[in-house]
Design a protein around this ligand. Structure first.
Ligand SMILES: *Cc1c(COP(=O)(O)O)cnc(C)c1O
Length: 230
């Protein structure tokens, strides 16, 4: 039998604790988001029972079903996948955070469609930190202007940056990518002092992300087990 979700989360909390000690970040808050794409609502219930409140989803339709099935739980829902413009209204109505903004047009639509009854939608800008042709994300060069434009939208709250670095098993290479994101974040923070979120670190590069200043980890596999490749 595969280990339970609760066991996986307990082990992850240990890993996070050890990495915080190793990289001198004890006492700082690092949130753990459970990335539940392809997983049923019941798996999220188990994660919640083990102390997780932040849930990340990539695919809108399956996310909405789970949000509705779990609406009695006080969960914070994060949209972390690519966004087509015809999906913005549903996202703006159901999520608390969006981490995958890389175009002004999408941000403007989310701003215009965010219901008045809800708090402003929290936003992280996704940065293509390793300049990969295949990856979403704004280039580091175009980031300041996009951030400036998004910060002026009243129904959005710009919180920080997100990146998915080039895959590597080498912790030094992983750290170099995350360090570049952290540097871009610090530069932006001079102009936008409210920024407080560095969304970086997945199952295979979590320690490197903690070393380089992550404030929220996005973990799927190491909580829920391997996904069937879609
Ligand atoms: C799937 C996904 C994750 C989680 O990845 P794991 O390797 O399963 O931990 C994190 N962030 C994003 C954007 C994802 O799409």
């Amino acid at each position: 039998m595969s280990p339970s979700i609760a066991t996986n989360i307990a082990e992850l909390n240990q890993r996070i604790h050890r990495a915080k000690e190793k990289f001198s970040r004890t006492g700082e808050k690092i949130s753990l988001m459970a990335v539940s794409k392809t997983r049923p609502a019941q798996a999220i219930r188990e994660a919640y029972a083990a102390g997780i409140c932040d849930i990340g989803e990539n695919y809108l339709q399956e996310a909405i079903e789970k949000i509705q099935q779990l609406n009695e739980l006080p969960l914070t829902w994060h949209f972390i996948g690519p966004i087509q413009s015809n999906k913005t209204s549903t996202i703006s109505e159901h999520f608390h955070w969006v981490h995958s903004i890389d175009r002004l047009k999408i941000a403007q639509r989310l701003n215009n469609q965010r219901p008045e009854s809800l708090d402003p939608l929290n936003i992280c800008i996704q940065v293509n930190i390793d300049d990969e042709a295949s990856k979403s994300g704004v280039s580091p060069e175009a980031l300041p202007e996009l951030a400036e434009d998004i910060a002026s939208l009243p129904r959005l709250k710009l919180r920080g940056l997100m990146a998915i670095p080039q895959a590597s098993d080498n912790i030094e290479a992983q750290r170099a990518s995350f360090a570049r994101l952290h540097e871009a974040f610090l530069l932006l923070q001079r102009r936008h002092p409210q920024l407080d979120t560095l969304s970086m670190g997945m199952s295979k590069d979590m320690e490197a992300a903690i070393a380089e200043g992550s404030t929220i980890l996005r973990i799927g596999t190491d909580i829920f087990g391997a996904r069937n490749s879609a």
